[in-house]
Structures are given as C-alpha cells and as structure tokens.
Design a binder for this molecule. Structure first.
Ligand SMILES: [Ca+2]
Length: 411
C-alpha cells in the first residue's frame, strides 16, 4: 500500500478541496505514531469524516462490469475494499484477468486486489455470453494493460498464497465491521451470485457486517437470455435464491431500470471529448477522436457493447450499461425510486427457470424481515437517467486525471 502522504500528493489535486483541506488539517494534528503505516487515502477519509461507504465488488467483466469497476474506483464517496470474480460473461480465467486489467487501467490503488471465486454455478452447467462480450469477456477493447503485465500479476498475487473470493470478502468485512464497533460493508454483485451465496452459507456470523447486498439482476416480467430470465440470475438461480433468503437488506437493479440507462451517441461524443458541445455532437455523423488514451479505451469498450446489443437485441440507440447502476445506487441512491417487495427465483419452471418472481400484488404473506419469510428486497423501479450519466462522466473525468498506465498503446 502507498502511504497516505504519497496518495495525497498524487490525488489531492482533484478531490474536492472542501473535503480534503479539513482532513489534511486533522491528519496534521494526529501524532504520526498513531497512524498505521499502510493507511490509505480512502480509509483516512472514511475514518475521519464518516462520509465514505465501504464496498466490495463481485463481478464478471464483461463490458458493463468494467464500467462498474470505473465507478467503484472513482465515485468520490465510496471506498473499494476489493474485487472478487465469478464465472459468467466468459471463462473464469479471462474474467479474473479482465478485473485486474480494468483496475489497473482505471488507476485503482495497488492495494485493491482481485480474488478469484466460483468457476461454475452451484448446480447447473456453466454458461458464457460470447455473443455479447466476445470470447474473452472484453471483446473489441483497445488500450487495456496486457494480461502478462507485472502489475496485473501483482493484482492477482496475494502474500502467503492464493486467497479465494469468499475468504477475502469475509476478511474485509471482519476488518471493517470489527464485531459491531466498526463500519458495515456494502456488497455489490454484478454477475451470477454464486460467490455471494457461498459467502452467505459459509460465514453466516458475518452477515451483521453487511450493510446491504446490491445486485444487478432479474427483471419484472421480462428477460434477456430467455423470455423471462435475465443472464446473471439464469446462470445460477439457486445461488440467487440463497442470497434473496439471507437476512440482509437487498437492492435489486432489474432490467426494467437498466434498459433506461442507454449510452447514446451523444454520451459517446461527450466521452470522447468533454469539451464538445452536445448539439454539435448530435449533428455530426462520425464520432470524433478521443482526447485521451482512457477515453479511447472506454470508447472502444462501449462501442463494441453497442454493436453487440444492436445485433443481438436490436438496441439502436445504444447499449444499456447495466452493471454501473449498482455502484451508482450506493453512491447516489437518490437517483433511484425503489419499492420493497417479496422476490423469489423460479427454480423449476418448464419455460421460466431463472425468472425473478416479484410479488407486486403482495400475494405472499410476509413479515418485516429481509430473510426467507420477509418482504426481502428493495426493487429499483425508476432511474434519474441524466443524473446517472452526470455521475458517470464525473468518474470519467477523475479517471483521466489519474496517471495513465505507462504502457498504454498508441491510439
Ligand atoms: Ca456482469
């Protein structure tokens, strides 16, 4: 880990001065001997202001997972403790490399590591989605660090040997929660929920340390990888049901909402060059050249995603960037309107396996708990789309300010 002095020197110029200056003042009043040598900038802010939300991200990158990672690294009020990976959009080998490459490309602190998790669902055969994400999970993306880059290996290496996803999640929650005297952690899932189900099953004593589970998955009355099932839930419906039954608050970001977060051509033009005026962007037929390597990388990422969403699902206006909404919810929950329902997963349906059954008419008798007898889930129903893309572009801008990896290819 980098010491706080180096982090402040690197990043202090783009964090909000109103937030940074009081923190610097506070830090200066603390005797250096009381500061842990490995105290990171985010941890210091969280400890001193109590404004940061500690998050863990479990994902299967995946183009939209990559955008979730960007938000997790750059939303100014969240502190990313670690990233775990799960089977899903591509083979687990590719998924874990992609997570590490994204963290590096987005300038995440080197202390943020990747922890490999389940390579297959609990019961069902593994499935990938190369039609949408390409063979390696991040098809068409230019400018990511190479998989054999030493910094990528460093993200995946852990002192003392391999550490698996559920062990890493448990350790992070233990260290943050401190048996109730510390902070709870928000656990985010943007892939199949196998790792989260295993964590719930193996470490029930740590559920008190989970602030909430926020997951992208499911839908109310529609699907994308069957008539009624969304990909993440369809991959491992049993895991999803285990998580839904856990006595922890859940927030579900369903397709009904993610399909409103369309990355349009106007957004793409803004991404390529923040100075561009929107009406000029809309009047040009060609996308302009990116103004930085990171903008180019994101442009190729979202361009590929746009092309597969157009060819597979007929999304002509742009792709829905599903997974980024999970982190956006944690950072700015006011962007969403949610209603609490009982949600279960269809595990045995002939035509409906993997469907999320959202009891909008309250047929099932429930209590006030978040577990298997309760109204267990806050379901997102609307999104402030403009507010979300404002947050997204703010994160892109912060990303540009972080030093770009030195071995970026020319673009
Ligand atoms: Ca995903």
């Amino acid at each position: 880990m980098r010491p706080i002095s180096s982090l402040l020197a690197t990043h202090g110029d783009f964090w909000d001065p109103a937030q940074v200056i009081p923190i610097l003042t506070l830090i200066e009043t603390i005797k250096p001997s009381t500061l842990p040598a490995d105290l990171t900038y985010h941890t210091a802010i969280r400890q001193l202001t109590n404004t940061m939300k500690a998050i863990w991200l479990d994902c299967d990158p995946g183009h939209d997972d990559a955008t979730a990672i960007m938000l997790a690294v750059h939303c100014s009020n969240v502190s990313l403790l670690g990233v775990s990976t799960v089977h899903g959009n591509a083979s687990h080998y590719n998924i874990q490399l992609n997570a590490a490459r994204c963290l590096e490309a987005f300038g995440a602190d080197p202390s943020i590591k990747v922890y490999p998790g389940a390579v297959k669902p609990l019961i069902r055969p593994v499935r990938y989605d190369s039609e949408i994400h390409g063979g390696d999970g991040l098809g068409g993306v230019e400018g990511l660090p190479s998989p054999d880059d030493p910094r990528i290996c460093e993200r995946l290496n852990h002192p003392g040997g391999p550490v698996r996803a559920i062990e890493a999640i448990a350790k992070a929650i233990k260290e943050s929660w401190k048996d109730g005297s510390g902070e709870r952690v928000v656990v985010i899932s943007s892939g199949p929920m196998t790792n989260i189900a295993l964590f719930v099953s193996v470490y029930p004593e740590l559920l008190g340390g989970v602030e909430e589970f926020v997951f992208m998955g499911g839908a109310v009355g529609l699907g994308n990888r069957s008539a009624v099932a969304e990909f993440n839930i369809l991959c491992d419906p049993e895991a999803a049901q285990i998580v839904l039954d856990a006595p922890v608050k859940k927030i579900m970001i369903p397709l009904n909402v993610t399909h409103t977060a369309i990355f349009t051509k106007a957004h793409h033009s803004s991404l390529l060059n923040s100075e561009i005026i929107q009406d000029i962007a809309e009047s040009t037929s060609e996308l302009l050249k990116a103004s930085s390597p990171l903008r180019h990388m994101l442009s190729t990422l979202l361009g590929f995603f746009a092309s597969t969403y157009k060819s597979t699902f007929g999304f002509h206006l742009g792709p829905p960037i599903h997974d980024a909404l999970t982190v956006a919810y944690v950072s700015q929950p006011e962007l969403f309107r949610c209603t609490r329902y009982r949600v279960d997963v269809e595990l045995n349906g002939t035509h409906t396996s993997g469907e999320t059954v959202v009891d909008i008419w309250n047929y099932r008798e429930t209590d006030d708990t978040w577990g298997n007898t309760g109204k267990n889930t806050l379901v997102a129903e609307t999104l402030d789309v403009d507010g979300f893309f404002k947050l997204f572009m703010e994160c892109v801008t912060r990303d540009i300010i972080v030093d770009a990896p030195p071995n970026y290819k020319d673009y």
